[in-house]
Design a protein around this ligand. Structure first.
Ligand SMILES: C[S@@+](CC[C@H](N)C(=O)[O-])C[C@H]1O[C@@H](n2cnc3c(N)ncnc32)[C@H](O)[C@@H]1O
Length: 307
């Protein structure tokens, strides 16, 4: 039921919700750039540990929910060529990598997270669900502050992608392999950013997206899904949880940003991407017990690294 709800994207027009929210005085603290933000905001922006604590706390596996709708949302993850590879950034407990590994046995999946606990959770969930996953590899990395390791795309690969393209055909792109460094996989065909960018401090997002751009092959796709502006979970935050415009801190110290389409468009095109798809997914659910409508908003995006 929930899976279908997350996939179907047009229960209502986003402007309808915008109208309600922007005309409700009790929600006015969510709207203004100049809102007084939490005095401790710098502390939250610097602290790398909340996600590690989060994943240690949620070690039972109960928190895990496979994103089964993902392959419907991004069908290229199934239809891509045999030697394709993918980097899932901020893999959490594996909710995104698992449906991909199940749906396409020929894709190689790399996954990273800033929390080593998350990597353990992901591995446990894969081991439970799939017999062997030799095509899965994970590593620890905070992509908002450091580069992905050199074996994803070495300096020479990053610099030579343009050169490679001008000489290359579609086939060469897919099969591209670093000729200098045996360990380097020569970049990836896909990067998935699924509910990860919203956890990064807003001022570090441009750098983080450039890093994803740097390790994609030309013609490669970045697949994006994250919280949309005025999603129900945004409107539930109390004023003191605001630490910046549209960014909030949860009681466990993790951050959540809520994206409008223009912000996403600017972030990705400034990094060099071409917009392929970008839309709000708007889903209405009803809380029968309370008799209340719940308006969910997610942003769906697909961006290409140009040739
Ligand atoms: C909401 S979870 C999403 C997990 C997964 N992508 C999914 O589809 O369920 C966000 C994940 O991003 C990770 N994360 C947050 N900031 C990060 C950063 N700067 N670098 C790498 N991972 C980060 C967190 O540890 C967490 O596992």
């Amino acid at each position: 039921m929930e899976e279908a709800a997350e996939y179907h994207s047009k229960d209502f027009e986003w402007d309808f919700l915008k109208n309600i929210v922007e005309n409700d005085p009790s929600l006015s603290h969510h709207l203004h750039h100049q809102q007084q933000h939490n005095n401790d905001s710098q502390k939250y922006l610097q602290d790398p540990h909340p996600w590690q604590k989060f994943h240690s706390r949620h070690s039972s596996g109960k928190f895990f929910k496979e994103r089964r709708y993902l392959l419907k949302e991004f069908p290229e993850l199934v239809s891509c060529g045999e030697n394709s590879n993918l980097l899932e950034v901020g893999c959490g407990n594996g909710s995104t990598v698992l449906p991909i590994l199940r749906g396409n046995k020929n894709i190689t999946v790399y996954a990273c997270d800033c929390s080593s606990e998350a990597l353990v959770r992901t591995k446990e969930n894969i081991d439970l669900a799939i017999d062997t996953a030799e095509n899965f590899h994970s590593f620890c990395c905070d992509f908002s502050m450091s580069e992905f390791p050199d074996w994803v795309a070495c300096d020479r690969c990053r610099g030579n992608f343009m050169l490679n393209h001008s000489e290359g055909s579609e086939g060469m792109r897919v099969n591209y392999k670093c000729s200098l460094n045996d360990r380097c996989i020569g970049g990836v065909d896909f990067v998935t950013l699924i509910f990860t960018l919203s956890a990064v401090p807003k001022e570090r997002m441009p750098r983080a997206i450039k890093e994803c751009f740097a390790v994609l092959k030309p013609g490669g796709l970045l697949l994006f899904r994250d919280y949309g502006l005025y999603d129900m979970t945004m409107l539930r935050f109390e004023p003191e949880k605001l630490i910046g415009f549209r960014q909030y801190v949860r009681s466990d110290g993790t951050l959540s940003y809520f994206f409008c389409l223009d912000t996403v468009r600017k972030l990705f095109t400034d990094a060099g991407f071409i917009e392929v798809e970008l839309e709000n997914c708007c889903v209405k659910a009803v809380n029968r017990r309370k008799g209340k409508n719940m308006y969910r908003v997610w942003v769906h995006g697909k961006f290409e690294k140009p040739f």
